[in-house]
Each structure stands twice: as structure tokens, then as C-alpha cells.
Design a protein around this ligand. Sequence first.
Ligand SMILES: *[C@@H]1O[C@H](CO)[C@@H](O)[C@H](O)[C@H]1NC(C)=O
Length: 194
Amino acid sequence: MSVQALALTLLSISAATLAAPARLTLRLSFGAAATNDNIQGWQDDISNVNGFLNTAAAGLLSGAQLATTATQLLLDIPGAAADEPNCLIALTGLLNPTDTTAVDASDDLMAIIGGVLGNLTTIVDNPSDAAAISSAVDQINCLRYANRCNFVLPDIDEVCAGAVANNAGATSATTVGPLVCPVPAPGSFVCPAA
Ligand SMILES: *[C@@H]1O[C@H](CO)[C@@H](O)[C@H](O)[C@H]1NC(C)=O
């Protein structure tokens, strides 16, 4: 390929790449764009929390290393656990108030989502206490009333599905769980006896 032909090819690739998002944005309503952004943001947060739980379960990191990762997850930035309430609030505002399935799931999540952040804080505060760290990881995986595998992640799917249903043009995503429950659903994970 000549230099000119290569330059033309690169030019058309970058033009196509730049044009695609602009066309997409024009076609979507404000609600659909906000729905998609928040669903994607929440999935990114979940994926990072899953990574943390998988790493903790593998037992390869020291308490201090886990505490460092937990500190990152507690920063109020995209991709962190602390960003999850932002996505929950934004998507709840995009629900149809008569959609009781999605509204109930949102209410459940509002009540329990702080437990994840609280248990991450326990890990940050106790880097040299292996028992406290292991108990905090168990509580995130297996919250007594709000087990992440069986209830929290399926609730998130219901909130996302409700926002998609109420905002034409939005697209759904399916939440993936940590290795202990790759397909989160009621009964997908049996909590160890306390
Ligand atoms: C940890 O999770 C448990 C189980 O849901 C919850 O009851 C507890 O309050 C959480 N701990 C903190 C410090 O938030």
C-alpha cells in the first residue's frame, strides 16, 4: 500500500469512528442517553467490585493490599463502588412511577447499598485483621437480608430494565456477578452458615 493510500485509509477510519457516536446521540432522547450512560457506568462499578471480591476470595493479596483496593472503591469516581448510589439515583429518576417492579427494586437498593460501602470501610480500617477482612468480604457477598448474588444484582437488573422500558431508544445490559455467582439470580448462591 502506498503512503497516500494508507493515509486515505486512516482518514476514512477516523472519520467513521468520529461520525458514529454523533449519529447515535442525535437519534436518542435525553432520557435514553442518560439511561444508557448510567447503566454502563453502573456495570463498570459492578465489574470493579466483582474484581475485588474475586481477588479477596483467591486469597493472594495481603490485608494491606486489599485495604488499598478498597480505598480506591470508596472514592466517589466513575468505576468505584461509591459511584453505585449515583447510578441508582439517576436511573430511579428515569423510571415510570407506576412500574412497581422497578420502583420496589430501587427502594430495596436504597436501603441496603450503604452496607457494601460500610463493609469496604471496615476493610480499610482493619488492614492487619484477617478475620475482620474475611467477615467483611463475606458480608458483601452474602448480606444477610440482601445477598448480593441473590438479591442486590438482580434488583439492579430490574431498575435498569425499568429505565430502559420507560426511555425509548435505551438499550439494556445484563449484570454479571463475581465468580461465586456469575449469573446472579435468587438461589444462585448459598451463603455459608454464619
Ligand atoms: C456489612 O454488611 C452487613 C450485612 O448486610 C450490614 O448489616 C452491616 O451494616 C455492614 N457493615 C457496615 C459497617 O456497614
